[in-house]
Design a binder for this molecule. Structure first.
Ligand code: SAM
Length: 199
């Protein structure tokens, strides 16, 4: 049996992603609002877990579509169950950070509690490839050093400054948004202006 990678979420704990208190400290509506959606975007939820946030995003893009991907077959089963009846949602199992979207196809990418799990992988390069020149990547993760009731151990985590720096090293412009979340930072990342076409 392959050993569980300690930085990766344990699918046996999937129910914790839907715990009621999570909505208190990581409100889905607030995160979706930070995506600045108009209603017809293609949104990629990278590491979508049980699909709580993907479902909230789907409701905000009635003319668009949400693509929820995860590398865990167990989590994919949760995604299928939750999003199966949602007309504008697609789910996909991915491996080795290869997402079945074209270059620049995603107007928005949501990555919640994912950054510390993809340290040293090619996921940020894949996000950079997929994100539209005028797109937004929202990275939300537990912040190292903040007292908190649960979550991964500090040594796995980033500070907001380190996370922004990591995103910049993968070709994004990145700035922390003061979202006021008790345990998490929020980084808004975009392709640099040189990648954007003039209006
Ligand atoms: C802590 S959970 C967060 C789930 C969801 N974003 C949320 O906040 O409710 C992290 C998820 O990312 C997935 N994951 C980790 N690394 C991944 C990768 N390289 N590609 C796709 N999914 C990944 C895990 O399987 C897990 O479902």
């Amino acid at each position: 049996m392959p050993e569980h990678d300690p930085k990766k979420f344990d699918p046996a704990r999937a129910s914790t992603l839907d715990a009621a208190e999570r909505e208190q400290y990581l409100p889905g509506g607030q995160l979706v609002a930070l995506l600045e959606l108009r209603g017809a975007e293609t949104v990629l939820d990278y590491g979508a877990g049980t699909g709580r946030l993907a479902l909230a995003a789907a409701a905000a893009i009635p003319q668009g579509r949400i693509v929820a991907v995860d590398e865990s077959a167990e989590m994919l089963a949760h995604l299928q169950q939750r999003l199966g009846g949602t007309a504008n949602a697609e789910v996909a199992l991915i491996s080795a950070n290869r997402v079945g979207l074209r270059d620049g196809e995603a107007d928005r990418i949501l990555a919640v509690n994912l950054l510390h799990e993809i340290r040293g992988e090619g996921a940020l390069d894949e996000m950079r490839r997929i994100l539209a020149p005028d797109g937004i990547l929202l990275v939300v993760d537990w912040e190292r050093g903040r007292p908190r009731p649960g979550g991964p151990p500090d040594q796995l985590l980033y500070t907001a400054a380190e996370a922004a720096s990591e995103l910049r090293s993968h070709g994004f412009e990145a700035a922390e948004i003061p979202a006021g979340l008790p345990y998490h930072f929020v980084i808004r990342a975009t392709p640099p202006p040189t990648a954007q076409k003039p209006a």
